[in-house]
Write a new protein. Structure first.
Ligand code: DX5
Ligand code: ZN
Length: 218
């Protein structure tokens, strides 16, 4: 499969949200990544349901919602109703992960699980039958604009190998410090979905940066 691009709205100009989403609509982006932070699981607060609902009305791309919140089970149906197509929970925030991801799928969304940099990929071996995507955090979650952690390449290679051996159809997404410099190596390592915040919204020509990330032509 061709790799997918999911620009992270966290780096957008929130004073011109509508314009930013329309720009993404016109670009080669495949999904739109929305980061939800609760100030407890991560040391930051982002935005909630009213913003997601508003974005959903404008966006033509599927919403790829990344929950950095504790006890996400309380809100799964709210995120579905707000317009999420892909819903990713953090491994470290879920006590009954299999139940959580099964509920997400039963609600008609794709289920993803995100791993913090310190969490081994082996912890997900028994969860692969129940999910559609693993998100490898390539920074510690909480903020945009951080530096990519190079050790992530080893995790990606190990996860790619585990998924291929398992025979399950599970995508690998990476998130944090992704740009036009490391994108090609990440795709070669077996990544299916690139999230990019500052590299896209902080660039002079975001549509062209998305085109570069999509086509890996520099
Ligand atoms: C970090 C978020 C990321 C963030 C990425 O906690 O999960 O999605 O927006 O931003 P960049 O690409 O700027 O590192
Ligand atoms: Zn994210």
């Amino acid at each position: 499969m061709d790799h997918l691009i999911s620009p992270s709205l966290l780096a957008a100009d929130f004073g011109n949200l509508e314009k930013e989403v329309i720009m993404i609509n016109k670009s080669q982006a495949d999904w739109l990544h929305l980061d939800i932070m609760d100030g407890v699981f991560v040391p930051n607060i982002s935005f909630g349901f009213p913003v997601i609902e508003h974005v959903k009305k404008i966006a033509s791309k599927p919403l790829d919602v990344h929950l950095m919140i504790i006890d996400p089970d309380r809100f799964l149906s709210r995120f579905r109703d707000a317009g999420a197509s892909i819903l990713t929970v953090q491994y470290e925030a879920c006590i009954h992960l299999q139940r959580t991801v099964t509920e997400i799928r039963n609600m008609g969304m794709k289920a993803g699980v995100a791993l913090n940099p310190h969490t081994p990929v082996s912890h997900l071996k028994n969860t692969l039958p129940f999910i559609d995507m693993v998100l490898i955090m390539t920074v510690n979650p909480g903020f945009g604009g951080q530096s990519f952690i190079p050790e992530s390449y080893n995790k990606i290679a190990e996860l790619r190998n585990t998924i291929d051996k398992s025979g399950y159809n599970v995508m690998i997404e990476v998130d944090g410090g992704i740009d036009t410099k490391n994108a090609a190596k990440l795709i070669e390592s077996g990544v299916n979905v690139l999230v990019a915040g500052n590299a896209v919204f902080g660039s002079k020509d975001p549509v062209d940066t998305i085109r570069k990330l999509k086509n890996l032509v520099y």
